[in-house]
Ligand binder design. Structure first.
Ligand code: NAP
Length: 313
């Protein structure tokens, strides 16, 4: 028997991979009596309706948030400010407004100035995703055993933070809280840099004249394939991440370039010990990730589960 809904009305602004996964888990876990869906375009809205993701559907963001107790903004980070401006006049006093954006300092700078007195704005970021986008890509178990990080502003109401934490726990996530600047630095290394490296290596392979494109595709399983999954991620989302976490990404890229030069030198001078030591250290990092339950120790980089997510409910 499902527990009592946490909220009367939840408004989901943006109904792509993240928004539609939330809609599915909110329904499955009975977290709200009413799910209001809002998205920018008619085509996405129609698809969300066909999938039966909510109770009401609109392209008018303000209409969706009216009387909502929880508003979750799941749009590319560069659009956060416009969304905040559009919903602000319709937010009810006491409502919790959160987001799922992959960068936090920029989202806070864009959204916080629009938040009316009496509304609890709590920035968030679920560390869960795939390279797919749109309402068809979502699935209810996306957030299971994944971290959701909050970067609360000074003076955040502890009761509102606890209620939002409970919401994400019921979506299956573990909760962490940190400063927005620290979040952006951590995510630059664990998420943003790997995507940039993947985009770069796949771009380099695509530009090569000495190796035929057909060969790159044919022999991809040798390692290249694992980069192509990241490099297939949504261009709009990742353009915005790069533009909105510029400082932290540039700092990590500088470190990365130095370390790459060290590796290049070791290869040039035939320094096998240096190479062996690094490759041994990095192997241990993967073991720790598996031990922490954030990956499975299966062939094919454990991607089977993501490639065949449960059917939408
Ligand atoms: P998505 O599948 O591409 O969906 C994007 C949603 O935002 C759609 O509803 C789209 O509306 C709407 N949208 C796009 N541009 C907009 C604009 N300029 N103004 C208003 N709405 C706009 O994206 P997603 O993967 O769910 O990502 C959403 C957010 O989650 C991003 O901030 C991202 O950083 C964050 N995030 C993503 C992942 C991931 O792996 N994908 C993981 C964690 C966090 P229409 O389709 O109607 O145009």
């Amino acid at each position: 028997m499902a527990s009592e809904p946490l909220f009367d009305k939840i408004a989901l602004i943006g109904i792509g991979l993240i928004g539609s996964s939330l809609a599915r888990v909110v329904r499955r876990e009975n977290l709200a009596r009413h799910i209001a869906i809002a998205t920018r375009g008619e085509t996405t809205l129609k698809r969300a309706e066909e999938l039966g993701l909510g109770e009401s559907y609109t392209t008018d963001f303000a209409e969706a948030v009216r009387d909502a107790d929880l508003v979750v903004v799941s749009v590319p980070v560069g659009a956060s400010g416009q969304v905040a401006e559009a919903i602000a006049p319709a937010l009810k006093t006491g409502a919790i407004v959160t987001d799922v954006g992959s960068t936090k300092r920029s989202v806070i700078a864009q959204m916080a100035p629009h938040m009316p007195e009496g509304v609890h704005f709590i920035p968030g970021h679920p560390l869960a995703g795939t390279e797919k986008s749109g309402p068809d890509a979502g699935f209810a178990s996306l957030f299971e055993n994944r971290w959701c990080i909050f970067t609360p502003l000074q003076g955040t109401d502890p009761a509102a933070l606890e209620k939002l934490s409970e919401f994400w726990r019921r979506c299956g996530s573990n909760i962490d809280t940190m400063d927005a600047g620290h979040h952006d630095m951590v995510l630059a290394i664990v998420s943003h840099l790997p995507h940039i490296i993947a985009y770069n290596i796949v771009g380099t392979a695509d530009d090569l004249e000495s190796v035929a494109k057909g060969e790159v595709i044919k022999y991809a399983a040798s390692g290249f394939r694992d980069f192509t999954r990241l490099a297939a991620s949504d261009p709009t989302m990742w353009r915005d991440v790069c533009l909105h976490n510029k400082d932290a990404i540039l700092e990590m890229l500088a470190r990365f370039s130095e370390d790459l030069a060290y590796l290049q030198r070791a290869i040039r001078w035939g320094d096998g010990d240096k190479l062996f030591d690094l490759f041994t250290r990095t192997r241990a990092v993967r073991r720790s990730i598996i031990e922490a339950g954030q990956e499975i120790d299966a062939p094919d980089f454990g991607r089977q589960a993501l490639e065949h997510p449960p059917k939408p409910s």
